[in-house]
Design a protein around this ligand. Structure first.
Ligand code: DSN
Length: 426
């Protein structure tokens, strides 16, 4: 067959973009060559609806072993009793939890999207907000941290059946124990979506939500540095609290509800090539090298946040405990929107994303903030000594976002430095 140059030329272009630039999107990372190899493997050819040992197709003996290995490694990584490695994404993992725990129209509570919450935690345009009654909690304007008092008051007043912790743009550690306490008080299920800090948690650098929550979900491609995908975990299985029973009248366990909510509830055939790549990533995450990597991610983020502060930027909450930070541009450049800033930085080969800040005065399309994260540049091998340099480059662009000469000069510096940090073996 003729080579599809149209698409392979684009893949080559994307590879070049990744190689030459500074990647600061907090939810992105660069997987290892082994993860890449497993994803591009013959495992993609196999249909395997069902679970290991219980499939609807023949010939699943090998993928059964691969999926079982992924499950075993994931349990070991977080000290979990139950895991499901089949969700195609974090949103799919969350959808399965909703399906297992709620009925359409039930009330649940998550972090306000414009305060850093995830789309599938109750956004009005997402299934979670469309099919269920979403209420939210916020960050405290003064501290930039979760307003736990408000969370508790709302939980007691509105009695949601599910409370969700976890965020897309929140740089602080969570008080999971405090949320679990109020969840127990009102009889709610407590779920943590640890997608962003999953790698730091796996390395033991942040509190492990598996110890506190009934159910934990995550993506596998952010700090965890695996292929794009989702997972569901539980520290301990438990009987579903709404009394759902099997046809024989036995109370269903949450593990059974979650498994059937993933398949056949919300997905068909699992992506066995991605599951094999997840197994590779979980194996990598169990190594001392991964712990050292996560320590560097955290150090780089702390140094980067301080460098922004030293230049007069406002960081929401005043710093970071994890891999990310949210910069409020208004204190330094009141007229600069996140949209314009993102575009200028991308032109200088520094990739980041515009982000609303809590109590933003601009829309989600304009925004007053930028979100930065260190997982990808740390994988590239950049250490803390380079963080002030990166912040300096960013500041030069933001001072003159319309200046083609400034952008060209910064881009040349970025490209020169990144040639020192090879990315792919191929
Ligand atoms: N969209 C992903 C992120 O960038 O954080 C998850 O919400």
């Amino acid at each position: 067959m003729t080579r599809d140059t149209a698409i392979f030329d684009l893949i080559a272009k994307e590879r070049e973009r990744q190689v030459k630039g500074i990647e600061l999107i907090a939810s992105e990372n660069f997987v290892s060559d082994q993860v890449l190899e497993a994803m591009g493997s013959v495992m993609t050819n196999k249909y395997a609806e069902g679970y290991p040992g219980h499939r609807y197709y023949g010939g699943c003996e090998v993928v059964d072993m691969s999926e079982e290995l992924a499950r075993t490694r994931l349990k070991q990584l977080y000290g979990a009793e139950y895991v499901n490695v089949q969700p195609h994404s974090g949103a799919q993992a969350n959808m399965a939890v909703f399906m297992a725990c709620l009925k359409a129209g039930d009330t649940f509570m998550g972090l306000n999207l414009s305060h850093g919450g995830h789309l599938s935690h109750g956004s009005a345009v997402n299934f979670s907000g469309l099919m269920f009654h979403a209420i939210d909690y916020s960050l405290c304007e003064e501290t930039g941290r979760v307003d736990y008092d408000e969370l508790e008051q709302k939980a007691r007043a509105e009695r949601p059946k599910l409370i969700i912790a976890g965020a897309s743009a929140y740089s602080r550690e969570w008080d999971y124990a405090r949320i679990r306490k109020v969840a127990d008080e009102i009889g709610a299920i407590f779920m943590v979506d640890m997608a962003h800090p999953a790698g730091l948690i796996a390395a033991g650098l942040l509190d492990n939500p598996v110890k506190h929550a009934h159910i934990v979900t995550s993506t596998t491609h952010k700090t965890l540095r695996g292929p794009r995908g989702g997972i569901i975990l539980m520290g301990k299985d438990f009987p579903n609290p709404w009394g759902k029973t099997t046809p024989k009248g036995e109370v269903k366990m949450m593990s059974a509800l979650l498994d059937s909510a993933v398949f056949p509830g919300t997905q068909g055939g699992p992506l066995e090539h991605v599951i094999a790549a997840k197994a590779v990533a979980f194996g990598e995450a169990l190594t001392p090298e991964f712990v050292a990597y996560q320590k560097q991610v955290k150090t780089n983020a702390a140094v980067m946040a301080q460098a922004f502060i030293d230049k007069g930027y406002k960081i929401i909450s005043g710093g970071t405990d994890n891999h990310s930070m949210l910069v409020d541009l208004r204190t330094k450049y009141p007229d600069l929107t996140g949209k314009v800033a993102e575009k200028a930085l991308v032109a200088a080969d520094i990739t980041t994303n515009k982000n609303m800040v809590p109590f933003d005065t601009r829309s989600a399309f304009q925004t007053s903030g930028l979100r930065f994260g260190t997982p990808a540049i740390t994988t590239r091998g950049l250490k803390e000594d380079k963080m002030p340099w990166i912040v300096d480059l960013i500041d030069r662009v933001l001072q003159a976002p319309e200046s083609e000469s400034v952008i060209a000069a910064v881009r040349a510096e970025v490209n020169r430095e990144m040639t020192q940090h090879p990315l792919f073996a191929w």
